[in-house]
Design a protein around this ligand. Structure first.
Ligand SMILES: CCCCC/C=C\C/C=C\C/C=C\C/C=C\CCCC(=O)SCCNC(=O)CCNC(=O)[C@H](O)C(C)(C)COP(=O)(O)OP(=O)(O)OC[C@H]1O[C@@H](n2cnc3c(N)ncnc32)[C@H](O)[C@@H]1OP(=O)(O)O
Length: 138
């Protein structure tokens, strides 16, 4: 594994910093140059919950979205926005446990970039799967 830290977007809800966005989760995003995927490690706390102890699915979707956006951005200076996002919640994500998200750029077709992502627990179980079509805006 050869991880490179990506710069993040200062005001981003997922990968920003507390000065530019006090509500940001402040997650660090890394790029694995060998495996060609993004790497986001996180331990959700109670403030991430929907039901008690269970992490809110919308918040996991935001992490998945970021993991995929940065899989494009890692090798492309153009700006892409999420056009279509799909999520499958396979296994509950619990507060206080450690997880990792990976985003993959599958292919590009014209202005579209097709991506996929997973969130796994420490045992390697897939908890969330995602897919997206991003559209290049410039
Ligand atoms: C925009 C400024 C952003 C500034 C950012 C600055 C710095 C960023 C730096 C680093 C960023 C790194 C990481 C980012 C971190 C987090 C990422 C979060 C991402 C988001 O959270 S971002 C918010 C949610 N996102 C939106 O807020 C999009 C709203 N929406 C639109 O802005 C338009 O809807 C748009 C532009 C999508 C299309 O509009 P349009 O008029 O330009 O293009 P048009 O409709 O002609 O489609 C052209 C081709 O895309 C295909 N196409 C279009 N839509 C599709 C869809 N939904 N599904 C499948 N294919 C689709 C067509 O089928 C056609 O395909 P074809 O060319 O083959 O015919």
């Amino acid at each position: 594994m050869s991880l490179v830290k990506l710069q993040g977007t200062p005001s981003c809800f997922v990968c920003g910093n507390e000065n530019d966005n006090p509500r940001s989760l402040g997650l660090n995003i890394f790029w694995d140059n060998e495996s060609r995927y993004t790497f986001i490690s996180f331990i959700p706390d109670e403030s991430w919950c929907g039901y008690e102890g269970m992490v809110h699915g919308g918040l996991l979707a935001a992490i998945i979205d970021d993991a995929m956006a940065w899989s494009i951005k890692a090798s492309d200076d153009d700006i892409y926005v999420t056009g279509k996002l799909t999520i499958s919640f396979r296994k509950e994500v619990r507060c206080g446990k450690k997880y990792v998200a990976h985003g993959f750029l599958e292919r590009k077709e014209g202005r579209r970039a097709y991506t996929s992502a997973v969130i796994k627990d420490e045992e390697g179980n897939t908890c969330v799967e995602g897919g997206a079509i991003f559209i290049r805006v410039k």
